[in-house]
Design a protein around this ligand. Structure first.
Ligand SMILES: [Zn+2]
Length: 269
């Protein structure tokens, strides 16, 4: 029996190899068929789309922010007042952070993208959104040492499962090579949602809500930090985070967000 068993064993190995090849080819074909059967849908309008993110129509509706804008706050100007000119808001009420930049204006399509990422676990949107942010923040990224995502309070992070700012920061890091500091900046008390609050109420709501963990100060001290968030509205959250980072002796804090609210009547001076 042994004499008969030997050749069958020697045939078994190549046979197994062929079988493996066939299985892999089949899986590849099945996956390709599935891609054809289930095309990616545009996250904003649900039309089929090639690649990730949004279709050409929705892409055209996204308002990418380009110069001219306020050198400090990144608020777009309706006409070009010349290099280095600041907006009234930057002069009257300067934030704790040095500069802010955003990829797009916070309008309908941008809102849909943010909500899909934040509340519907569409983590697959983060690579494209982070890519657009890396482009908008190139000037800041060239001078930065570390990216710090705006943290969630652990209770909210637990219910939502992941931090959207962290997902965006990881994508920006892949596009820029700037490292992400995870969990150095912490939200030390839960805050109310900022929606529906006035500017003053927003500032009070987040005052003292953030802190750099004492054992992580070395990651922040003397470093040029970019704070990463999904949306900039009044800037109150970014300001409170920047104050916490500066208290931990960050050399400089800039802010990079996916979308910012822009008031329609905003003018340069
Ligand atoms: Zn679309």
């Amino acid at each position: 029996m042994d004499a008969e068993a030997a050749p069958s064993r020697s045939l078994a190995a190549p046979f197994r190899g062929v079988l493996r090849l066939c299985r892999s080819a089949w899986q590849h074909t099945a996956r390709a068929a599935l891609d054809i059967a289930l095309p990616t849908l545009c996250v904003a309008c649900r039309e089929p789309v090639a690649g990730d993110g949004v279709c050409a129509n929705c892409w055209a509706k996204l308002s990418f922010i380009a110069p001219p804008f306020c050198a400090r706050l990144g608020i777009p100007f309706v006409y070009d007042p010349g290099p280095g000119i600041l907006s009234m808001q930057a002069i009257a009420d300067p934030p704790a952070y040095q500069r802010a930049r955003a990829a797009v204006r916070y309008d309908d399509v941008a809102r849909t993208l943010v909500h899909q990422l934040k509340y519907h676990d569409r983590t697959d949107l983060a690579p494209a959104m982070g890519r657009w942010m890396a482009r908008a923040g190139r000037e800041l990224l060239n001078e930065a040492d570390i990216l710090v995502p705006v943290p969630l309070h652990w209770r909210r992070g637990f219910s939502r499962r992941f931090n959207q700012s962290g997902a965006l920061a990881r994508s920006i890091s892949r596009n820029s090579g700037v490292a992400v500091s995870r969990d150095a900046l912490r939200r030390i008390r839960p805050t109310e949602h900022q929606i529906g609050l006035s500017r003053a109420e927003r500032a009070t709501n987040v005052q003292g809500a953030f802190k750099v963990a004492p054992e992580r100060r070395a990651e922040i001290q003397g470093r040029r930090v970019i704070l990463i968030d999904d949306v900039l509205t009044s800037g109150a959250t970014a300001d409170a985070c920047a104050r916490a980072l500066l208290r931990a002796k960050a050399a400089q804090v800039d802010v990079l967000v996916f979308a910012r609210v822009v008031e329609a009547h905003r003018s340069p001076i």
